[in-house]
Design a protein around this ligand. Structure first.
Ligand SMILES: [Zn+2]
Length: 163
């Protein structure tokens, strides 16, 4: 029989140990609670990915209350890939891990050009025509407040939906 364990003990110490540490890969931290699966989707990572992907949903965060964490083993994501995450969660941070050490840490940034990811809200826009098959192209128009300009109809929008 095991000795009874005091469950309150070591609580803080174990907070960051809920999922395995990774040796090489990318950790995306401070994702808004509940957005982890959307983050994987935007990165095109699914069950066909060749290595381990760990997802933590609604972890405690001292700064934000709740956060999600995604750990992708065996792959260093490029900034072009990780910056797309800013469209889901602007506060996300990226940690690049090599040999079990954090070699780079940065905050995601809204990309200048976003291709085929966001829908143009203008119903007259050619990208919304069912006859044409044109991928959307949005440019970051301003950072604060965040606005985008459609390459095709040239209108400026602040709220955009994913395709
Ligand atoms: Zn448009």
């Amino acid at each position: 029989m095991n000795a009874p364990v005091n469950k309150g003990e070591n609580k803080v110490e174990h907070k960051e140990e809920k999922i395995r540490k990774i040796k090489n890969g990318t950790v995306i931290d401070h994702i808004e609670g509940g957005k982890a699966f959307s983050v994987l989707k935007i990165l095109n990572i699914d069950e066909n990915y060749e290595s381990i992907v760990s997802v933590v949903i609604n972890a405690e965060s001292e700064t934000y209350g709740k956060k999600d964490i995604v750990k992708i083993e065996g792959r260093t994501l490029t900034k072009d890939e990780t910056n797309k995450i800013s469209l889901l969660s602007a506060r996300a941070t990226v940690n690049v891990i090599a040999d079990s050490k954090v070699t780079e840490k940065y905050k995601v940034e809204v990309p200048y050009e976003i291709n085929n990811l966001l829908k143009c809200p203008n119903p007259e826009c050619i990208t919304n025509s069912e006859l044409e098959n044109i991928e959307t192209k949005m440019f970051r128009f301003s950072k604060k407040p965040l606005k985008f300009r459609c390459h095709y109809c040239e209108r400026v929008f602040s709220e955009l939906e994913f395709k």
